[in-house]
Write a protein that binds this ligand. Structure first.
Ligand SMILES: Cc1ncc(COP(=O)(O)O)c(C=O)c1O
Length: 359
């Protein structure tokens, strides 16, 4: 029996992708070995690698002039690689501060050069900062944004207009969950372990003209231009992770691509947010309604005792991953793409029942 998996990442994967991987585990397409055991220079692996790239390009509508990389080191390494590659000596790295993960990105950039927070909001309940009218310094190197703050459960609905200054986005926790206009961005990155596949793969989508900015002194593994030139095969890539990512991308396509997925995500999140909003204060959302994440639904109850009871009962009923992040406390239900509607319906029903018995 599969659990109602609301883990924040690594997180639920589509059952069909797991089953296909299972069926192909010991013999991939008649090779007499697992794809895990094949050389990353083999034609079989090359086909898997390129197919995953092509599917991502198709699903996200990634235009010509952008390259797709499969790297390692997680989104956390991208926090450092972005400034290492693009923050010039006399420039300022600009950050939109939305929560915990954008702060971590900013912290890394601070180690490497000058930074500026160009928009920020620390309101309670949480709300996204207004990014419509940010003003950038003349020597801005890039503007870094976080499309979805996984810990707070906050979504950035609007991206700033940055003119010629490259817009960078950490999309780790909502990539492929909604349509995005890739052409607005200079660079997008995401750890795979929420909506793309297993942990160990980091996707980077980079506009080719930015490659000219990479400083000559940067070591090879940290250079976007090296990885682009080698089609992410400069060193051994996370082959099994890329393979599984390809299977997940096929599943996304079967769901009607990003429009189909987005509709389903909106429906799933609404099931739970409606219970919160109709609970007359029994449940409290931790983010203002207009900035609520569709991926990470955060809420609290009125007392620590009630929260302890909610956690205990929800676990007993097969719900996994509901405890909030240690920085936020309370609860967080991560309803990524692969979490079935039925799991969100079951959670909503459980929450209503819990309120009936304890309200
Ligand atoms: C928005 C966001 N950025 C960055 C990270 C860090 O990712 P990684 O663990 O792949 O380094 C996470 C992880 O949860 C995240 O949610």
């Amino acid at each position: 029996m599969r659990k109602h998996n609301f883990n924040a990442g690594p997180a639920a994967l589509p059952l069909s992708a797991l089953e296909q991987a299972q069926a192909q585990l010991v013999d991939f397409q008649g090779m007499g070995m697992s794809i895990m055991e094949a050389s990353h220079r083999s034609s079989e692996y090359e086909a898997v690698h390129n197919h995953a790239q092509e599917l991502l390009r198709e699903l996200m509508g990634i235009p010509d002039g952008y390259r797709i990389l499969f790297l390692q080191g997680g989104a956390s390494l991208q926090f450092a690689m972005v400034p290492m590659n693009f923050l010039g000596k006399d420039q300022v790295a600009c950050y939109v501060q939305t929560g915990n993960w954008s702060n971590k990105a900013l912290k890394e950039a601070k180690l490497l050069g000058e930074t500026k927070i160009v928009a920020s909001s620390d309101a309670r309940p949480r709300r996204a900062p207004d990014v419509a009218n940010i003003s950038l310094p003349n020597n801005a190197a890039y503007v870094h944004t976080t499309s979805n703050e996984t810990i707070e459960g906050l979504r950035l609905n609007q991206f700033p207009e940055t003119g010629d200054v490259p817009l960078v986005c950490d999309m780790s926790s909502d990539i492929l969950s909604r349509p995005v206009e890739v052409s607005r961005f200079g660079l997008i990155y995401a750890g795979a372990q929420k909506n793309l596949g297993p942990s160990g793969v980091t996707v980077v989508i980079i506009r080719e003209d930015l490659l000219a900015k990479v400083p000559a002194t940067l070591p090879s593994m940290l250079r976007y231009d090296v990885h682009v030139k080698a089609n992410s095969l400069y060193n051994t890539p996370p082959t099994f992770g890329v393979y599984l990512t390809g299977l997940v991308l096929e599943w996304v396509k079967e769901q009607g691509g990003l429009h189909g997925i987005y509709e389903m995500n909106a429906l799933k999140a609404k099931l739970v947010y409606d219970v919160i909003d109709e609970s007359q204060g029994f449940y409290e959302g931790l983010v203002v309604p207009e900035d609520r994440s569709l991926m990470n639904i955060t809420f609290g109850l009125q007392s620590e005792e009630l929260e302890a009871l909610f956690l205990k009962e929800s676990k007993a009923q097969g719900f996994v991953g509901l405890k909030g992040h240690r920085e936020m406390g309370h609860f967080r239900a991560s309803a990524y793409n692969a979490v079935p509607v039925a799991s969100c319906k079951a959670l909503a029903d459980f929450m209503k029942d819990f309120q009936r018995r304890n309200g």
